[in-house]
Design a protein around this ligand. Structure first.
Ligand code: BEZ
Length: 176
């Protein structure tokens, strides 16, 4: 895969409804609920329990969550094309509390609307999210860091928590 058209800064995030499980009940959460009126960081990855996602991507955001929130981020969302049972089990395994909230994009509708749903059938994964991060203010993408489509495999160079924190703090310093 060499390139892919996807949403970019200035675009509004797509509408979607996420099916989540809370205390043995289903709870629908809409994009309006998670984005409206908030400054949000989303990081999206190819799969719960996969090696880089578990060893580095998610733990990096957990470790820097306090600094991201101190920099003005209201919520941090981890999105994957997995169902809510899997996302909840992964959160438990990783000892995530409420510093990062898990978003199960099980049908891939949000990822498809972002233009970042990719074919991972070669790995038996079906369709999954490409790895990226974005800062979203009131539903509009302000910054987005999308891993390079030309790099083979599962690149992880720009969607990490430190890159996002540096970008937010640099923008704040420039506007001060
Ligand atoms: C990883 O996070 O390391 C990974 C993700 C998708 C496929 C294979 C590995």
């Amino acid at each position: 895969m060499s390139e892919q058209n996807h949403l970019s800064a200035g675009d509004r995030v797509p509408d979607a409804v996420f099916k989540t499980r809370h205390n043995d009940d289903w709870l629908d959460i809409s994009t309006a609920e998670i984005f409206a009126g908030k400054t949000v960081v989303v990081f999206a990855l190819p799969g719960a329990f996969t090696p880089t996602c578990s060893s580095t991507h998610l733990p990096g955001y957990m470790a820097l969550a306090g600094q991201l929130k101190a920099a003005g981020v209201d919520e941090i969302y981890c999105l994957s094309v997995n169902d809510s049972f899997v996302m909840n089990a992964w959160a438990k395994d990783q000892r995530v509390e409420d510093e990062v909230l898990m978003i199960p994009d099980g049908n891939g509708a949000f990822s498809k609307g972002m233009g970042l749903l990719v074919d991972k059938r070669d790995l038996g994964f079906g369709l999954r999210s490409w790895r990226y991060s974005m800062l979203v203010r009131d539903g509009v993408i302000e910054k987005i860091f999308v891993e390079d489509f030309a790099t083979p495999g599962d690149p992880f160079e720009v969607s990490d928590a430190a890159t996002m924190l540096n970008a937010i703090n640099s923008a704040k310093a420039q506007s001060a």
